[in-house]
Design a protein around this ligand. Structure first.
Ligand SMILES: [Zn+2]
Length: 219
């Protein structure tokens, strides 16, 4: 039986995302990210390997092949363009768009994708700061997690993790947005929380939060 395209696309996009921080991608990491059992994740990995979209060895993990990578970049591009469109054009907030984009990305013909891209003025990043692949490639700048950023130097908030809507809501509540200036004033060794200056306000961030925020040094 032919695999359902939407499911395959979801897996490829997720493997691609996980590959950014951990390669090869383990079955358990994938199962967790897809919210399925390890048994069904490993079944799916075997199917993707048969279609030559990934290389997969049990107990080792999975890595995208060139054709798997091309599909992953194309679905990631549609996902991130939709997220941007929903925020920029329909005024959704950044915590609402992931699950909607998750559905729309599978039903986006090339001419619609092109019109969205044009309407948005060819954006380079999505509302969470993730780069939008273009021409089958992705230009990315390395960013530091806030928790690893040099204290007392000026940084610019450039990306936030988009895994969890509650996290994004909380970041909005404390007034955190992409492009803001941030300085780590102190790392509190007791619990790895951070005392930061965010555009002039004094804020304390938990260690968990500070691992979800990414910064680049200010020019
Ligand atoms: Zn995103």
């Amino acid at each position: 039986m032919e695999l359902q395209t939407a499911v395959v696309e979801d897996y490829l996009r997720t493997i691609y995302k996980l590959q950014q921080s951990e390669a090869p991608v383990t079955t358990s990491a994938l199962a967790q990210a897809m919210d399925v059992s390890s048994a069904s994740a490993s079944d799916m990995l075997k199917k993707l390997a048969r279609k030559k979209l990934i290389k997969y060895k049990p107990y080792y993990g999975a890595a995208l092949t060139p054709s798997g990578m091309a599909s992953a970049l194309s679905i990631t591009r549609r996902h991130r363009l939709w997220e941007m469109f929903l925020v920029e054009t329909l005024d959704f907030s950044w915590d609402e768009v992931h699950s909607i984009a998750d559905r729309l990305e599978h039903a986006t013909p090339a001419n619609l994708e092109k019109r969205i891209d044009e309407k948005l003025g060819f954006p380079e990043r999505d509302p969470h700061g993730d780069p939008i692949p273009r021409d089958g490639a992705l230009m990315d700048q390395p960013l530091a997690r806030l928790v690893d950023f040099t204290p007392r130097t000026l940084g610019i908030i450039s990306r936030v993790s988009d895994d969890n809507p509650e996290l994004l809501q909380y970041l909005s509540q404390i007034g955190l947005r992409l492009g803001q200036r941030i300085v780590v004033k102190e790392l509190i060794a007791y619990d790895d929380s951070l005392h930061i200056d965010l555009d002039g306000s004094d804020i304390f961030l938990s260690a968990k939060l500070s691992r979800s925020i990414f910064v680049r040094p200010a020019d």
